[in-house]
Design a binder for this molecule. Structure first.
Ligand code: UT7
Length: 324
């Protein structure tokens, strides 16, 4: 017998304010046409002034608990991925814990930028398999609009705000690839690439939050190569082949990266969940948002194989293979 971390519920929240590509046209030298053609993004949501990452996370968490038919006190742990916390500390996860009225268990944040949700899922699975927790709320939540340089056209048109959450529960499986739940994970980082994508501020350096800086075309090249490789590695670990993949739920940074990665993996585009047009790049929130949107549309059927993959600042990248 093997303990498997099975997804019991999903939920998401997007701030009400929707900003179309055309909004940028009189602010910087760009066009709706360029943004659509180079990224696939059409619009994104921005948090209102005063609306924080924990506000978005709490709403997504409540939706995931409802979907799972659980109460906050059924949860043993909260693992939350973010690079845009409300405060330097405490962890946003503890703010969510309080917001949900949860008075037991433990809560902490994971920071692996756009790969954050994949790292959080892998950590949550580890907690379940180690017997530290039976039910874990895993959340990706971001307010990247707060770290944009609004004069940098090469980055400010790309990102959006939002949150997504899943409830994982430990369930006994047989230990083979027919089990439901997380079947394999693959995590990687290489800090020699940290200058390709970073924020130029922080507590122990500038004392400010800073702004996002990215060498987009270099990140693009790393992304296609590393994402296809990590997905293959995780599939290998799970004992599955790319032909057995029912759904690819990739990090939603750029439709061209998603298409190239799917092609390299040998997964046709009708098996790829795409939300980048409506959400933009929401960093650690993008995969749980895409999972929750697709699940709420009834697209995933029990027993189907889902592969998630993401890359972000660090560089850090990874993949999770699971059976729905
Ligand atoms: O989520 C974390 C991981 N991040 C990513 O995966 C993002 C990876 N990178 C990308 O998605 C793409 O590299 C971008 C969308 C950021 C840029 O697309 P690109 O095809 O790599 O374009 P580029 O950076 O090579 O720039 C091409 C041209 C440049 O002009 P010149 O130098 O050729 O005259 C840019 O200045 O496009 C220009 N450009 C823009 N033009 C209009 C850059 N941003 C814009 C813009 N509007 N917003």
């Amino acid at each position: 017998m093997t303990l498997r971390a099975v997804i019991k519920g999903t939920g998401h929240y997007l701030p009400e304010r929707v900003v179309e590509n055309s909004w940028f046209e009189d602010k910087i030298e760009t066009s709706d046409e360029w943004i659509r053609a180079r990224t696939g993004i059409e619009r994104r949501h921005f948090a209102d002034e005063g609306q924080t990452t924990s506000d978005l996370a709490i709403r997504a968490a409540r939706a995931a608990l409802d979907d799972a038919g659980m109460q906050a006190d059924d949860i043993d742990a909260i693992v939350l991925a973010t690079s845009t916390p409300d405060l330097t500390f405490p962890a946003v996860a503890t703010m969510v814990q309080a917001g949900l009225g949860m008075t037991r268990g433990f809560a902490f944040d994971v920071q692996a930028v756009c790969a954050g949700f994949v790292f959080a899922l892998a950590n949550a699975e580890g907690l379940i398999r180690a017997g530290q927790a039976r039910r874990v709320l895993v959340i990706g939540a971001e307010t990247f609009s707060r770290i944009m340089d609004w004069e940098d056209r090469s980055t400010c048109v790309l990102f959006g705000d939002g949150a997504g959450a899943v409830v994982l529960e430990g369930v006994e499986g047989r230990g083979d690839s027919n089990d439901r739940g997380i079947l394999a994970t693959d995590l990687n980082s290489d800090g020699q690439y940290r200058d390709l994508l970073y924020v130029d501020g922080g507590v122990s350096s500038t004392g400010t939050a800073g702004h996002l800086k990215m060498q987009g075309n270099l990140v693009f090249r790393h992304a296609v190569e590393k994402l296809a490789r990590t997905a293959h590695t995780a599939l290998d670990k799970a004992g599955l082949s790319p032909e057995q993949v029912d759904w690819l739920v990739p990090h939603q940074a750029n439709e061209r990266i998603i298409t190239a990665t799917a092609q390299k993996m040998g997964v046709p585009m009708d098996k790829v969940v795409l939300t980048v047009a409506d959400h933009g790049n929401t960093s650690a929130a993008s995969i749980p948002l895409a999972l929750s949107v697709a699940a709420s549309q009834g697209r995933f059927k029990p027993g189907q194989v889902i592969v998630t993959e993401a890359i972000g600042g660090g560089l850090s990248w990874g993949s999770v293979v699971l059976r729905w």
